[in-house]
Design a binder for this molecule. Structure first.
Ligand code: NAP
Ligand code: MG
Length: 453
């Protein structure tokens, strides 16, 4: 049996061993999920709602345990990890109201009645990356279950612990066996089998754009449904008329949260030239004051990178560019740490400006006017999120409408809210998660005409 040694990224020390599912085991668990489907589909809406609320209550009762697991497995700050476990609970509560509200329509026709139904798909597969193991799992499995599907879920190899625990808690909450199954394993084994197995009706993937494209190609073989949440290179656009103090004080958290390992990281900051010097001065102060300390300390604002490999990859982006300034970094630990790092550039061709670094690195560039800002913001293959700082309401609206991105915030870096839609333009993704319509994405819309004579 092959196993994976989970490493605590803050200390580089081993935590535990996790068994990796083989191809045969994966097949057996997918078949079990298929066997569990008809009964789960037929659970009365109010009863399915009650089970999801019960699951939420069990997650809430284990919130601290889940948070501590994430700190140890992923190096997330304790504050973030508590929020993440709470997010799973909140998403369960939100979509627990969906089973009784999976409305179809009645459409006027001659000679009878026309009805639409949202039918569940069957077995849905969720593939989760290592950067936000709990929330991204929940955004997939919760609306899928609410819509009457059974779910198989593969956590990232690096970060399986909270997902495994959530699978156990589902059973404790009374979900029938086979309805929600967590399958730890390799992307090349379990993940690929989700794509090729004919009983899997939909693949919901979050991760790199490169693997996402592979999954989409694979799903084409069976015309399998697919949702993709991929990378980002989001812009934080600061106009000179903005509250510069607020923009500079908040910018570090919009990119260095989770050590920059966030698909929504505002990793490009565009600053109007007339405010550039003031912004940079204030940014340097804010970055210098960040608490980059042991993530288990409740005061920690930034922890380590997930792995030595990820840290090496980020260091690769930094070789050959000069950092304007950096924030603090702990010493005397073997963990995978890097300091928050700020690079200044006017060159849009350098990798730090173009590519998703996925680490604590931000590139800052001046711009001249509104058109310039929009052009620079859109000069990327990605389009996931972004921020706009200005006191001019008209400008805020114009720029928010012009930036090609799925999730924008004005005078804020609002993170994802589970009750609003989330997803990417361009190569940041396909489809939307969360928000009021998410369960529909896990259904087929069926149209039935009934003649009256
Ligand atoms: P990744 O390599 O794409 O892996 C994501 C998941 O896919 C992991 O569970 C991985 O398993 C699995 N996988 C790998 N190869 C596969 C294959 N051939 N078939 C099926 N599954 C496969 O990404 P990552 O390195 O975990 O995460 C970093 C990337 O994810 C960044 O680019 C980031 O922007 C993106 N991301 C996007 C969002 C979003 O919402 N848009 C959110 C988070 C992350 P293993 O762990 O075993 O490799
Ligand atoms: Mg990978």
């Amino acid at each position: 049996m092959s196993t994976y040694t989970v490493i605590n990224p803050a200390t580089a020390s081993p935590v535990t061993e996790v068994a990796l599912a083989s191809l045969d085991e994966t097949d057996a668990l997918i078949e079990r999920a298929q066997e569990a489907f008809p009964a789960w589909r037929d659970v009365a809406p109010g009863e399915r709602a009650r089970l999801l609320r019960s699951f939420a209550a069990v997650v809430d009762a284990h919130l601290e345990e889940l948070a501590q697991l994430e700190v140890t497995n992923s190096g997330h700050t304790l504050g973030n990890a508590r929020w993440e476990a709470g997010n799973v609970r909140d998403v369960l509560n939100y979509y627990s109201a969906a089973p009784e509200r999976l409305f179809g329509r009645q459409i006027p026709v001659a000679g009878g009645i026309d009805l639409t139904f949202h039918e569940p798909l069957g077995v849905v597969a969720i593939i989760v990356p290592w950067n936000f193991p709990m929330p991204i799992a929940g955004w997939g499995f919760v609306p899928a279950l609410a819509a009457g599907n059974t779910v198989v879920l593969k956590p990232a190899e690096l970060t399986p612990l909270t997902a495994i625990r959530l699978g156990e808690l589902a059973l404790e909450a009374g979900l029938p066996p086979g309805v929600f199954t967590v399958i730890p394993g390799k992307g090349s084994v379990v993940g690929e089998r989700f794509v090729t197995h004919p009983l899997v009706q939909k693949v919901c993937f979050t991760g790199s754009t490169e693997v996402g494209k592979q999954i989409m190609r694979g799903c084409a073989d069976q015309v399998k449904k697919v949702t993709l949440e991929l990378g980002g290179k989001s812009a934080n656009i600061v106009f000179a008329d903005a509250d510069i103090a607020k923009a500079a004080a908040t910018a570090p958290y919009a990119v260095f949260d989770n050590a920059g390992q966030d698909c929504c990281a505002r990793s490009r900051i565009l600053v109007q030239r007339s405010a550039y010097d003031e912004f940079l001065g204030r940014l340097e102060t804010a970055v210098g004051a960040m608490k980059v300390i042991d993530p288990a300390d409740p005061a920690s604002e930034m922890g380590p990178m997930i792995s030595a490999k990820q840290r090496d990859s980020v260091e690769g982006y930094l070789s050959g560019v000069e950092a304007a300034f950096t924030g603090p970094v702990p010493t005397g630990t073997d963990g995978f740490w890097l300091p928050p790092t700020v690079v200044l550039t006017e060159d849009t061709t350098i990798p730090v400006w173009r590519e998703e670094v996925f680490g604590p690195v931000v590139a800052v560039m001046p711009f001249d006017d509104e058109d310039d800002a929009v052009r620079l913001a859109n000069d990327t293959e990605y389009g996931l999120s972004g921020s706009i700082f200005t006191r001019d309401l008209g400008r805020a609206l114009r720029v928010a409408r012009a930036v090609e991105s799925g999730n924008l915030s004005v005078n804020s870096h609002s993170s994802v809210r589970y009750w609003t839609p989330f997803g990417g333009y361009k190569q940041s993704g396909l489809g939307r998660e969360l928000g009021p319509d998410a369960p529909n994405a896990f259904t087929e819309e069926k149209n039935v005409f009934i003649a009256q004579d």
